[in-house]
Design a protein around this ligand. Sequence first.
Ligand code: ZN
Length: 404
Amino acid sequence: MISACRVCDSNELELAIDLGQQPWCNHFLKESELGREPFYPLRVVYCHACSTAQLDYTVPKEVMFGDHTYLSGVTRSLSAHFRGVAETTLADYFAGRDAASISVLDIGSNDGTQLKHFQALGCRVLGVEPSKATAALANAAGVPTLQRYFNAELARELDQRFQIVNAAGVFFHLEELHSAADGIGLVLAEDGVFVVQFLYMKSIADNLAFDQIYHEHLLYYNLRTIEVLLNRHGMALFDAYLSPIHGGSMIASVAHAGRRPASARLEQLRRAEDDSGANALATYRELARRMALMKETNLAYLRRCKDEGKVVFGMGAPVKGNTMLNYFGVGTQYIDVLVEKNPLRDGLYSPGMHIPVVMEDALAAPPDVYYVLAWNFKREILANNQHLLARGVEFYFPVNPKEA
Ligand SMILES: [Zn+2]
């Protein structure tokens, strides 16, 4: 349990959202592990000094990152997103530069999906990924990847500067936050750009995307709050834009302090944040209140399905889906199976609620209702399932973001 803010060390923390005791949601269970998974408190606290929302409990990082089964290459729209990030970063900040002169470091590089796009554009790349199986996949696919945790120590070992440092979310899972931020300052070239993608807390609150709250995400940033962290480590935001990915992500660009002027769109986003009260405790309290209402609505719907004798399958077995299933208390009493594409989860069970995961291509027949846990891919899912919609299969989206 932390007693001081992870970002600014203040002791003025206040409980904002309580999701109860939850298992570590990234570890889908083998049959032999059912009922043996540990549960940890899942609570968001608010720092009155710097306004950063954060979890007050840290699952040990060896548990969190040793063997995760999230593969960024699996979903097509994510891959398109990664390509866009690579193209935009080069075009916006390194226009006219020979790509071969640009080296890219990706922190938490997963299966190398992001780096493949930089490679295709001609850049030299290096990934850092703590998960052994995932790092091996990246290396096998030709993306040089170190199986390590990124921190200041590794940055000093690398003894190399990169024009582009990328971190898609993973950096903000890191327990060693200040060491990692120091490390980025060390490896970032003088004119370099650190592109950081993070779940945007304002979007989470606006879209009720509370399933993004799980143990792996220790921090829930807005622009104003991430700036507190960056400034502490000699860096500054100079640009940012919103992406609908993961139900609302900010893609922010960071340079050494004083190196690049703030863009107009960054100023505009900062103003929108200030005007909306996104950094006020009341916003988090309101989210907690609406989450309780969503729980009632979802349970009422699923009960009605049962009463009408409908067969309900979960669509997708995303990690974040476990936050929702556990918070709602939805298990096999409502949902028979979770239908997934990621082969690493084949034959496993969802942590906490123990719903079996089956592969999409192994299904004998579709259900009456798909309860869509991967709700952030709504457009892609509806487009890919026209044949099922035509047969009368119902698609229920437990979360309906404004921006989709
Ligand atoms: Zn703080």
